[in-house]
Design a protein around this ligand. Structure first.
Ligand code: TRP
Length: 370
């Protein structure tokens, strides 16, 4: 048996210490932040090219990015298609790329406020920095990154899992460091990766002088939406309990009709999740007021779940219909998405080339004895 799977408590202990532990031979930076290095991108994050988005993906993953964008920031967002090769055929990942960009734009990502690019358009630069960064982390440390351990527990085995799974955090660090991102908003599950990013930047700087900007992690709270039927979370694996952005209005109405609620006077996790979902899919304040009133009556023992489903259905249909119209609009001009991506890629490439230039310069001239 693989020793990794023997003692769950031992694993937990390791989890807490992994990121802190420096490689013995490499000095940790003694300075926390660098004055001389200027960040280039204030907010930077990556999205996974997965098809078949659900309304739960919107609420959990897309809405937080829209919020940053609408707060007057100028985020940069990229589709992590190279990362997707860890568990997908490159061809499949590529197919999803344009779709996911179209989905995000139809959901409200505004190319005038947010730069969007595809990771593989700067594959050479990211690959090169990944390689350089790889020198600053040990095999043992890579294997102890908590996200890798989770994947290996989720059924993949060291014997057959691709090595990309282990190098994933290093490439993610390269994505971030090459753009000189100031802040990286991610969900809780990605926080360990940003810790690796910070660690790598500090180690590089300690070795070669102040070169890489050490980014800050910004943990965003991601709302978790349950399956309409109450069986776990809303996801592709439970299609009957999931509302896909591509579902017909008929299908959506039918799914909500069959959704599980709760007995009068009772709040269940599933009903609470429906309420969260409905409130996050509407832009009308009066809908939220109405939902609160219905739930209040429900808690007082009145039979109002029919009323709740009515407004829940109305909100969801409006959202889906709006999305589908906008998506058709986005797709109607075949040059639209490519031109947005080219614009984003140009900026990303400029940042990347500049960072790589200083990295190369630092490595060839500034090296301390180490
Ligand atoms: N790993 C991230 C995810 O699964 C996606 C990602 C790749 C990313 N590179 C990144 C996110 C850089 C933020 C910054 O969601």
């Amino acid at each position: 048996m693989n020793s990794n799977f023997e003692d769950p408590n031992k694993e937990k202990e390791e989890r807490q210490t992994i990121i802190e532990r420096p490689i013995a031979e490499q000095p940790l930076a003694s300075f926390e932040q660098q004055e001389s290095i200027q960040w280039k991108v204030e907010i930077f994050t990556g999205i996974r090219p997965t098809g078949d988005l659900t309304v739960a993906n919107f609420v959990g993953a897309v809405a937080p990015i829209l919020e940053l964008q609408n707060n007057g920031k100028h985020p940069m967002v990229f589709v992590a298609d190279l990362h997707a090769m860890t568990d997908k055929e490159p061809k499949i990942a590529m197919q999803f790329t344009n779709d996911v960009v179209a989905d995000y734009i139809a959901l409200g990502l505004n190319p005038e406020q947010t730069d969007i690019f595809v990771q593989s358009t700067i594959a050479q630069q990211v690959g090169q920095l990944t390689l350089y960064l790889m020198r600053h982390i040990s095999i043992a440390e890579l294997i102890r990154v908590p996200t890798l351990k989770d994947k290996l527990k989720d059924g993949q085995r060291e014997e057959n899992a691709s090595a990309l799974l282990a190098t994933y955090p290093v490439m993610m660090a390269a994505d971030i460091l090459i753009q000189r991102a100031k802040e990286v908003p991610v969900g809780e599950d990605q926080v360990p990766h940003i810790e690796v990013t910070r660690l790598l930047a500090k180690r590089f700087n300690a070795q070669y002088g102040q070169t890489l900007y050490v980014p800050k992690v910004q943990q965003v709270e991601t709302l978790r939406i349950r399956s309409l039927k109450g069986e776990g979370k809303m996801s592709k694996t439970n299609p009957n309990g999931a509302i896909f952005l591509t579902d017909s209005l008929d299908e959506v109405a039918k799914k909500i009709k069959k959704a599980e609620t709760a007995f009068a006077g009772e709040m269940s996790p599933t009903l609470a999740s429906h309420v969260t979902l409905a409130k996050n899919l509407t832009y009308k304040p009066e809908d939220k007021v109405l939902i609160d009133e219905i739930i209040e009556a429900h808690m007082q023992g009145q039979t109002v779940m029919g009323d709740f489903k009515k407004i829940f259905t109305e909100i969801t249909l409006r959202f889906i219909e709006n999305f589908q119209q906008r998506r058709a609009q986005v797709m109607s001009d075949p040059t639209y998405i490519p031109s947005i991506l080219e614009y984003g890629a140009k900026k990303a490439r400029e940042n990347a080339d500049e960072t790589l230039g200083s990295v190369y310069e630092a490595m060839t001239s500034g090296a301390k004895e180490g």
